[in-house]
Design a protein around this ligand. Structure first.
Ligand SMILES: NC(=O)C1=CN([C@@H]2O[C@H](COP(=O)(O)OP(=O)(O)OC[C@H]3O[C@@H](n4cnc5c(N)ncnc54)[C@H](O)[C@@H]3O)[C@@H](O)[C@H]2O)C=CC1
Ligand SMILES: O=C(O)[C@H]1O[C@H](OP(=O)(O)OP(=O)(O)OC[C@H]2O[C@@H](n3ccc(=O)[nH]c3=O)[C@H](O)[C@@H]2O)[C@H](O)[C@@H](O)[C@@H]1O
Length: 431
């Protein structure tokens, strides 16, 4: 099939490359000329395991990029993978989505025949029906449900494992309100995936599809906050929260995943999506207490980490190493990384911060240009009066004698990645 993907960021590039790998012919549209040039040259514009080989194989061939929305006219289905960031009050900012919908509408005005638009981005319930579809109708002069369709197909991939998550999903959610033509086209798009992996397909309404995405992320974020709450209790009583988590995870009703307590959840989605659905609930007159508490607890974890460091070291004027800057391992993404409040907290205490991350340094340098960035973990640790571990990169598990070069080997581990041993003062956040 001929597919187009509007927005070539983390999601857009991944799904475009994966669709090409499934045998489709794909054109991505982005306003960023550097991204467009990179894809056409066969270079992935983001760091994501498994993406480089696909973009290098298909880029400029079965996978093309352009800044020109008119390319949509040569395709059957357009996926909207534009950003949906948060406004200052936490509510969803639909600016990019509305601009994209209008541009799609304008180009569809010139297209003969049916076209399907699929909302891949995470949008609050009602957005597709009440905001995006009318914009496309107005800009195209065409009638939704007749000359074009608009479906909802949320994405559940995680950064760092996006390609595998897309290729072997737990489920595919198709929100069409029963539009048979839209469903047929989406079935054709996903046929290679569904046939190979026997993936469950949820056929549902568009509002339900939009809500499923928020419910999914809210549940996972709240699950981590609950395990952090329990972990904080464990710490007070010298109980190992990881042993407790492993045991409760054996109960199928709880499940073994997402029980790693520590410095909390960050990233481009959990923070903004919990904020957006809370705000959306408030607009309807409902205050969601559990979700609000999940966010509040998450906001407290970095300060708990730093207070453990305070228990052992007076950091003012001292060199403190921060290990890990990305919001999770396997990505260079620092959006809402817990490293940000940790660095801010250290700066407030007057510490000299020396940070290290295998891939996210350049992104964090833009956020904190005044921080010193080390080329390797041992360089960051050398002479430090303490270190805090914020991201569970595998390479940190191998650190050992590097701690001996610290001025004072105080190690506060926010991710349970460092091996506790004699000769270092080790504090786990919840164990
Ligand atoms: N990052 C992730 O792992 C996941 C993200 N999502 C959702 O997917 C959506 C996209 O997120 P990301 O890919 O992370 O965003 P992103 O910020 O990485 O990428 C968005 C891209 O859209 C481009 N863009 C902005 N305005 C444009 C316009 N008017 N026309 C064409 N291109 C334009 C930007 O240049 C950028 O390359 C969001 O709703 C997000 O919540 C859903 C699941 C996973
Ligand atoms: O909507 C999205 O963008 C995506 O958000 C999350 O994916 P992602 O944020 O990429 O990464 P996760 O693996 O979920 O990790 C999120 C945060 O939770 C933290 N986390 C995760 C698991 C855990 O047990 N403990 C924990 O603290 C991670 O360190 C990280 O900071 C969801 O897992 C995806 O399903 C969803 O598609």
């Amino acid at each position: 099939m001929n597919l187009s993907v509007v927005g070539s960021g983390y999601v857009g590039t991944t799904i475009a490359a994966c669709f090409a790998d499934l045998g489709h012919d794909v054109t991505t549209i982005d306003i960023d000329e550097d991204i467009v040039a990179a894809i056409n040259d066969g270079d992935a514009p983001i760091h994501e395991p498994g993406l480089d080989p696909m973009v290098s194989l298909y880029g400029g061939d079965r996978l093309r990029a352009t800044t020109d929305y008119d390319a949509i006219r040569d395709t059957d289905v357009t996926f909207l993978a534009l950003p949906t960031p948060a406004n200052d009050d936490g509510s969803i900012d639909l600016g990019a989505m509305k601009a994209g919908a209008e541009s799609i509408g304008e180009t569809l005005a010139e297209k003969d025949g049916y076209h399907l638009v699929v909302v891949k981005s995470t949008v609050v319930p009602g957005t597709t029906e009440d905001e995006l579809e009318p914009l496309i109708e107005e800009a195209s002069g065409k009638t939704a449900g007749e000359e074009f369709g608009v479906a909802v197909n949320p994405e559940f991939q995680r950064e760092g494992s996006a390609v595998d998550d897309f290729m072997e999903p737990d489920k595919i959610v198709l929100g069409t309100d029963g539009d048979a033509r839209a469903l047929d086209l989406l079935a054709e798009v996903y046929e290679p995936l569904v046939a190979d992996w026997d993936v469950p397909v949820v056929e549902t309404g568009r509002r339900e599809g939009e809500m499923i995405k928020y419910a999914n992320n809210s549940f996972l974020a709240a699950k981590i906050s609950l395990v952090n709450d329990l972990g904080n209790i464990c710490k007070e009583y010298d109980i190992d929260a990881y042993e407790v988590a492993e045991a409760i995870g054996m109960d199928d009703r709880i499940g073994e995943q997402f029980l790693r307590s520590g410095v909390g959840w960050g990233g481009s989605c959990f923070p903004k999506d919990t904020a957006a659905i809370i705000q959306h609930a408030r607009e309807a007159g409902y205050e969601p207490p559990v979700l609000e508490a999940a966010v509040e607890l998450n906001d407290q974890q970095p300060e708990r980490l730093l207070s453990l460091l305070d228990d052992h070291t007076e950091v003012e004027g001292e060199r403190v190493a921060v290990l890990g800057l990305s919001f999770k391992p396997g990505t260079d993404d620092i959006r809402h990384s817990r490293a940000i409040p940790v660095i801010e907290g250290l700066q407030e205490r007057g510490a000299e911060v020396v940070a290290y991350d295998p891939v996210a340094t350049e992104n964090m340098r833009e956020r904190f240009p005044e921080v010193t960035y080390a080329e390797a973990a041992d360089e960051a640790l050398d002479g430090a009066a303490g270190t805090v571990v914020v991201t569970d990169w595998d390479e940190f598990a191998a650190l050992d004698e590097e701690f001996d070069a610290m001025a004072d080997p105080v190690v506060v581990d926010g991710r349970r990645i460092i091996r506790r041993r004699k000769g270092i003062t080790y504090e786990g956040l919840t164990w």
